[in-house]
Design a protein around this ligand. Structure first.
Ligand code: ADP
Ligand code: MG
Length: 251
């Protein structure tokens, strides 16, 4: 019985240029949780995600998604994950509809099912009017929505959102929060990376603080406050990364 959606053990990553991004990460993300990976820029959050997605190779250690190893059982592992990456990576020459359709096709969804799912997601993300527009013509906020819709297209069991609200206006941020909450309530496990303390505290039922390629502490917001003897999560964060980091990363 494995009730971990994502299980990471002793994960290390040194990039070919010598940068040590991960120094031995242990992380258990329970199925159904809304899990926040909170840490400053450069902490190693995206590196973890890239390894989980098979986009980067671990130097040592391992990770499994619903029991499937992300290296040796990569296709099964990946089939359970939907990723909204930090960098917008849409094909500018595809329409919104085709973006979703190709993604569904890649994950083996039959045509009829794809059509139904696309219509549903276009509606949910208020993209129906933009269905036949090339993605390069969309505003920044609209591109974010397409990325999220694409991540949800194949009904992944775990949704990974890498800094989904960085550089997003307040209105869309609130909309994304509402959507993430809904998806989580429906049973999808969510891994959210963020350097916004407020976002982590409001959205996540469990948190891991990450800094310099290491998990500093894991727990609920109140457990973390207790552990660091602090009144607010912001104070915990400051204790962990230093005040200079806070001003740098939330600017
Ligand atoms: P975060 O997502 O928390 O901001 P990253 O995982 O992107 O952190 O980066 C962790 C560290 O690894 C940083 O020092 C970053 O500069 C470095 N890094 C990230 N990607 C690469 C890469 N492709 N090649 C070399 N260094 C990288
Ligand atoms: Mg990142």
């Amino acid at each position: 019985m494995n009730d971990s959606a994502l299980s990471i053990s002793k994960l290390k990553k040194t990039y070919s240029n010598g940068t040590i991004a991960l120094k031995g990460i242990d992380l258990e993300i329970p199925e159904g949780s809304f899990f926040g990976l909170l840490g400053p820029n450069g902490a190693g959050k995206s590196t973890i995600i890239n390894i989980v997605m098979g986009l980067a190779r671990p130097s040592s250690g391992n990770a499994t998604v619903f029991g499937h190893d992300v290296v040796s059982d990569y296709q099964k592992a990946r089939s359970h994950v939907g990723l909204a990456p930090q960098e917008v990576n849409l094909d500018w020459f595809l329409t919104v509809r085709d973006t979703l359709d190709y993604h569904g096709g890649y994950y083996g969804m039959p045509k009829k099912l794809r059509k139904e799912r696309i219509d549903e997601l276009l509606e949910v993300f208020s993209l129906t009017e933009k269905a036949d527009v090339n993605t390069r013509m969309l505003s920044g906020g609209m591109k974010r929505r397409v990325i999220l819709a694409r991540a949800m297209m194949h009904r992944p069991k775990i949704l990974i959102l890498d800094e989904p609200t960085a550089g997003v206006d307040v209105e869309l941020r609130l909309e994304l929060w509402k959507y993430m909450e809904k998806v989580n309530k429906e049973g999808t496990t969510i891994l959210l990376t963020t350097h916004y303390i407020e976002e982590a505290e409001q959205m996540c039922d469990q948190l891991a603080l990450i800094n310099n390629g290491k998990i500093v502490k894991t727990g609920t917001s109140s457990q973390l406050k207790k552990a660091y003897k602090q009144k607010t999560l912001e104070d915990v964060y400051l204790e962990m990364v230093g005040r200079g980091e806070l001003t740098r990363t939330t600017r």
